[in-house]
Design a protein around this ligand. Structure first.
Ligand SMILES: Cc1cc2nc3c(=O)[nH]c(=O)nc-3n(C[C@H](O)[C@H](O)[C@H](O)COP(=O)(O)OP(=O)(O)OC[C@H]3O[C@@H](n4cnc5c(N)ncnc54)[C@H](O)[C@@H]3O)c2cc1C
Length: 508
């Protein structure tokens, strides 16, 4: 580590962002003498939602040397094979689709989905709904874990990608205990004033208790309020409201159905003014309606959610939340780094917030370890994190853009507005015009963020096969594998996997 790396890091905020950051930094630099102090307010709560992840979270636990056996049972965690999207498209055969996490064995059947999508774009007859082709989709259908049963031949199992669902409050408690083991000092206090040096750096924090806290790096994990980055340093916020309309959410937990095994996917069902998540934990379901307040009132939205949930919502209290969607211009400015909701948030459709937290902290560590704390490094960092936010945003906006619902102005407006990024506009145009889609994806390089399989799943999964394009094509070749055949093949493969409940039980 360089001599210029911070000796005392002060983190403001004890939500998931604060504790993830504290763990990563203390793990990396604690043994080299860096002190990490985390301060959280007892007067200002944490957001308390955020129960789904991407596969990237596995690397977080691996980096810290924490096994699934250690953290999952304590956090009522379950496995996530992917996300199912009912109701986004009305195209026959595509009324729901999945965005699966991929498995090495998908090279056999799953890759046929890409071939079929290409054929279909050229006017051939071909099934191309990802839910018929990918192993993870079948595992989720059968409520299985993404873990192979022990193999009779003793060989290593093919690699399987997967993510997690967890109780956000319990994960926070777990991470807090682990951070303290790593030497993180924890204080309960509220920042009352932020004092700055002439060069703009944060000098010290005056706390409600009257104490002064100094440090050489301050990390803003204060949530949507952006206490240090926005309020103290005045860093501008770039809203994504133009193309991501949703700014509110309502959460209602519900009971599991004891007669069924625990589901192993997130379900994101489109309703009239947004979409509803259903996240299975080992103890309950988390449910929530993400909607746009420009199109529906909180009361009406709650009614829609309750109608959707039926009896499961009876006698359950609803929590209403606001969301600040967008990002700060610079995530690292002076001696302040913004991590978590303070740096920005893309609505939770693809459950990417913890991934952005982890990615930001990891890139920061990487840059610091290159030994220089310069403006050039800061600019590179900010550019890369912005690229990440915008890449995720484009993929999420793609879901709304491709919807074919006609039951509200909300869905029509999502389809029609003129505010998609040049990158997304170009990807959609090449797909729709029958151009070279592979070349188009490659052209965007590392700015793409979501890779080829995810784009195919989204576009083909929504049934986006423009009729005009098909009429132009003379091709008549049919696919070599139908959806039905593919489904039979993945059903055979799925026999090699553990039941979800059984595997979770084994972890205990
Ligand atoms: C509806 C919704 C659904 C979501 N779903 C997902 C999901 O599925 N997957 C995912 O990855 N993410 C999701 N997220 C995002 C996720 O919840 C957050 O990224 C995550 O919880 C981190 O929040 P945070 O720690 O940045 O902020 P918070 O949890 O809000 O914590 C803020 C902390 O700052 C402290 N604080 C504030 N002001 C002061 C002060 N003056 N002095 C001292 N301390 C202070 C508070 O005490 C608190 O500890 C969702 C978010 C929303 C709104």
């Amino acid at each position: 580590m360089s001599q210029t790396a911070p000796q005392h890091i002060v983190i403001i905020g004890g939500g998931t962002a604060g504790w993830m950051t504290a763990n990563l930094l203390a793990h990396q630099w604690g043994r080299l003498g860096t002190r990490v102090t985390l301060i959280e307010s007892s007067e200002i709560g944490i957001i308390g939602v955020g129960e789904g992840s991407t596969p990237y979270l596995r690397l977080f636990f691996e980096r810290l040397g924490i096994t699934e056996r250690e953290w999952m049972p304590t956090c009522n965690a379950t496995f996530k094979c992917g996300i199912r999207f009912p109701g986004w498209s009305s195209v026959p055969g595509y009324e729901q689709y999945v965005h699966p996490f991929f498995n090495q064995e998908d090279l056999a059947v799953g890759s046929e989905m890409f071939t079929n999508a290409r054929l279909r774009r050229r006017g051939s007859v071909a099934d191309a709904n990802p839910q018929d082709f990918f192993i993870a989709a079948e595992l989720a259908r059968q409520r299985k874990a993404p873990h192979y049963l022990p193999r009779a031949d003793g060989k290593a199992a093919p690699s399987t990608d997967y993510a997690y669902h967890f109780d956000a409050g319990l994960l926070g408690t777990f991470l807090k205990a682990h951070a303290r083991k790593l030497g993180v000092s924890h204080q309960i206090d509220t920042v009352a004033r932020v004092d700055r040096h002439e060069n703009g750096d944060i000098a010290e924090l005056l706390m409600h208790s009257g104490s002064l806290v100094a440090g050489d790096l301050f990390i803003d994990c204060s949530g949507f309020r952006g206490l240090l980055i926005n309020q103290a340093l005045g860093e501008p916020f770039v809203p994504f409201k133009d193309n991501l309309f949703n700014d509110r959410a309502i959460a209602i937990p519900s009971a599991l159905d004891e007669r069924e095994d625990i589901a192993s996917e997130t379900t994101s069902t489109a309703l009239r003014h947004g979409w509803v998540w259903q996240i299975p934990l080992s103890s309950r379901y988390g449910n929530g309606y993400v909607y746009a307040s420009d199109f529906v009132s909180p009361e009406q939205a709650e009614l829609e959610l309750r109608q959707h949930m039926g009896a499961a919502a009876h006698n359950r209290e609803a929590r209403h939340l606001s969301m600040r969607v967008g990002r700060v211009e610079q995530h690292w400015r002076n001696n302040c780094l913004a991590i978590g909701l303070s740096q920005g948030f893309i609505e939770p459709l693809e459950a990417t917030a913890l991934m952005l937290i982890q990615f930001s902290v990891e890139r920061f560590i990487e840059l610091m370890e290159q030994g220089e704390f310069s403006r050039r490094h800061q600019a590179r960092f900010n550019q890369r994190i912005n690229q990440m936010f915008e890449g995720v945003r484009d993929y999420v906006v793609g879901h709304y853009r491709l919807n074919t619902r006609n039951d509200s102005d909300y869905w029509r407006a999502n389809r029609a507005h003129g505010h998609v990024s040049d990158r997304l506009a170009s990807i959609l145009e090449v797909w729709d015009q029958g151009g070279d889609f592979e070349a188009e994806l490659t052209r965007h390089g590392e700015a793409l963020i979501y890779q080829r399989p995810s784009w195919y799943c989204l576009l083909a999964g929504m049934g986006r096969f423009p009729a005009s394009l098909q009429a132009l094509s003379a091709a008549t070749r049919t696919s070599t594998l139908t959806g039905e055949q593919a489904r039979a093949a993945i059903a055979r493969t799925s026999r090699q996997f553990f039941g979800h409940g059984d595997y979770l039980q084994q972890l205990k």
